[in-house]
Ligand binder design. Structure first.
Ligand code: NAD
Ligand code: ZN
Ligand code: ZN
Length: 403
């Protein structure tokens, strides 16, 4: 079969590889119909999430049809249309049973103390071959798969594999409730869904911060107020529009690839921290492979975290869903302590967060397809990765058509 394979930092290829088979009784094999490229995938190629194993198939978002199941899979059978959750979970351990499926004690082959296990990630997450492929072996199929109702199309379902649940979870982590003013840092596709989620969870105002105009325009279309960090100091702008109080809650949808302003009034403060940001970047990305304009790691790993702490009100809340690798150790803990902040973070518990969102989409209350900007065949995946990585105008979210 064809699959997108990680060979090294800055080196991914569309390879022909062996079809997967059932290896455990709890497995299923799924023929993938739609896959997608995620901002998380970029971390592995830029080198900001280290520890990838050569030969790992990338991708953790997909929709497909079950072709085969192991003997312990009672819930699914061949022909079932399914959504594949990005994270794997057994459904039986103590954490799965309390809804913390991203911290399943069993799914990660590295043992119960290892963190989240997800498709197409570094050694510490499995590694488990991913979903930018024609077929996939799905471990712990009963929990990792979600049945898809007929009235949800593949196009509608693909962003429920990771993006919508992650953003919803981010708004929950930030404790968004009725009347809140919420800042969403990052207007990538996760940020866009975080805006939608914050409004649905009761926010009265949502302020989106990014440095890319086209993404801010998309946020504006969702009724967010927008701040371009290359034109304004985002923290000052937030204080100015909240009577100097700050926002009630912040959702960090940026993560480790954060950039510092390259223009505008906030540039100087970023430049003054250049040494610290450079040190952070070397810490998280010891090995990079920049080629021309591709695979350049973000130049200010802790920038979004700093802005989150500065822009939130005293006693406010921060929900962090932008990914930070274990290698990043800097966080403005003193400033956060001094403001009595509540800070929550983590990988989405897809298995428990997603089902109600399927209902929202099935009922026609929210159409996630509006945020898919590109549809490419799997055979064009490498070129699509390159365009997305360069943040080419309009490349917000790429769906890959597989079969
Ligand atoms: N926790 C989870 O379960 C989970 C799941 C999926 C994705 N993620 C993470 O969410 C993050 C966003 O994903 P995406 O697909 O939207 O990625 P993306 O790269 O498309 O979007 C990131 C956005 O942040 C903007 N940005 C950069 N520096 C910034 C700054 N200092 N302040 C504000 N905005 C800034 C960029 O311009 C870009 O628009 C990634 O880190 C990804 O790994 C987490
Ligand atoms: Zn993803
Ligand atoms: Zn479990």
């Amino acid at each position: 079969m064809k699959a997108v394979v990680w060979h090294g930092e800055g080196d991914i290829r569309l390879d022909t590889v062996e079809d997967p088979t059932i290896t455990e009784p709890t497995d299923a094999v799924v023929q993938i119909t739609r896959s997608a490229i995620c901002g998380t995938d970029l971390h592995f190629i830029r080198g900001t999430m280290a520890g990838m194993v050569e030969g790992t198939i990338l991708g953790h978002e997909a929709v497909g049809v079950v072709t085969e199941v192991g003997s312990a899979v009672r819930r699914f059978g061949p022909g079932d249309r399914v959504l594949i959750c990005s994270t794997m979970s057994c459904g039986a351990c103590r954490n799965c049973r309390r809804g913390l499926t991203a911290q399943c004690d069993v799914a990660n082959p590295n043992g119960p103390l290892a963190g989240t296990s997800f498709f197409g990630g570094p050694q510490a997450t499995g590694p488990v071959n991913g979903l930018q492929a024609e077929y996939v072996r799905v471990p712990w199929a009963v929990n990792t798969l979600i049945p898809l109702p007929e009235n949800i199309s593949d196009d509608q379902a693909i962003l429920l594999s990771d993006i919508f649940p992650t953003a919803w979870f981010g708004a929950e982590l930030a404790g968004v409730h009725r009347g809140d003013t919420v800042a969403v840092l990052g207007a990538g596709v996760v940020g866009q869904f975080a805006i939608a989620s914050a409004f649905r969870q009761g926010a009265a105002r949502v302020i989106a911060v990014d440095g890319l105009q086209t993404r801010l325009v998309t946020a504006l279309r969702q009724n967010a107020e927008i701040i371009d960090f290359n034109a304004e100091d985002p923290v000052q702008a937030i204080l100015d529009t909240t009577q100097g109080i700050g926002v009630d809650a912040v959702i960090d949808a940026v993560g480790v690839e954060a950039q510092r302003p390259w223009a505008g009034p906030a540039k100087q403060a970023g430049d003054e921290q250049a040494d610290q940001f450079d040190a952070e970047r070397s810490q998280v990305a010891p090995k990079t492979n920049v080629q021309d304009q591709n695979w350049v790691p973000g130049d200010a790993p802790s920038q979004a975290l700093q802005w989150a702490v500065s822009a939130v009100a005293k006693g406010g809340r921060i929900g962090i869903i932008g990914v930070y690798p274990p290698a990043l150790t800097s966080f403005p803990i003193g400033a956060a302590m001094n403001k009595n902040l509540i800070i929550k973070m983590g990988n989405c518990n897809h298995h428990t967060v997603t089902p109600p969102l399927l209902d929202v989409v099935a009922a026609g209350l929210f159409d996630p397809t509006n945020l898919i900007t590109q549809r490419e065949p799997l055979t064009s995946a490498i070129e699509a990765y390159e365009s997305f990585d360069r943040r080419e105008e309009g490349w917000l979210k790429t769906e890959l058509t597989v079969s």
